[in-house]
Write a protein that binds this ligand. Structure first.
Ligand code: AMP
Length: 181
């Protein structure tokens, strides 16, 4: 199964992706986690990405796309993967289409998590990440609306909408039902 997960920051994408990936035995590929791992390791990519992440802006496409291209080509992703946080723009979506075509693969489905903005802000302030100040959260939401939300039209009928409100297992049950598994 090859899935893309869309949804505004704080919609619970990461948690749901993690649970689903474990049960399907495929990798959960989060570009945010990959960037944070690079920041922790002090790599050049991490230093560059941090400049954008600190303000809630998108890391430049060329850096992000190459990182994803090499990650999805790794052996553990051969049987499938869940992409969380990528693509985040039309340019990235086009790049993903090309990357998958090069591997002779295509997406199984796109999940879109929907959730009210006040719940999102509450959740994000509670998790206390460094890029989770209120101002940065607001900017991330603006970036989502402007850059990422258009992907819902781009993917069209491939999109399965999931209500993101509720307990982790309730939402996971919706995900599985939407995927027919
Ligand atoms: P996330 O953990 O998905 O909330 O991502 C945290 C931050 O990493 C975002 O606010 C962006 O600065 C950066 N980031 C993650 N994924 C991408 C992406 N696909 N394109 C550009 N920037 C990204």
């Amino acid at each position: 199964m090859r899935l893309v997960i869309l949804g505004p920051p704080g919609a619970g994408k990461g948690t749901q992706a993690e649970v689903l990936a474990a049960s399907l035995n495929i990798p959960h590929i989060s570009t945010g986690d990959l960037f944070r791992a690079n920041i922790s390791a002090g790599t050049q990519l991490g230093v560059e990405a941090k400049k954008y992440m600190d303000d809630g802006n998108l890391v430049p496409a060329e850096i992000t796309i190459e990182m994803v291209r090499s990650r999805v080509a790794e052996a553990d992703a051969a049987q499938g993967f869940i992409l969380d946080g990528f693509p985040r723009s039309l340019e990235q979506a086009d790049a993903l289409t090309v990357i998958l075509a090069e591997l002779g693969e295509s997406l199984t489905a796109v999940l879109s998590f929907e959730i009210a903005e006040d719940i999102v802000v509450e959740r994000m302030l509670a998790r206390g990440r460094e890029d989770d100040t209120e101002e940065v959260i607001r900017n991330r939401m603006r970036v989502y609306d402007a850059e990422t939300a258009p992907l819902l039209d781009y993917y069209g009928v491939q999109v399965k909408t999931i209500a993101g409100v509720g307990e982790v297992d309730e939402v996971q049950a919706r995900v599985r039902a939407a995927l027919g598994i």
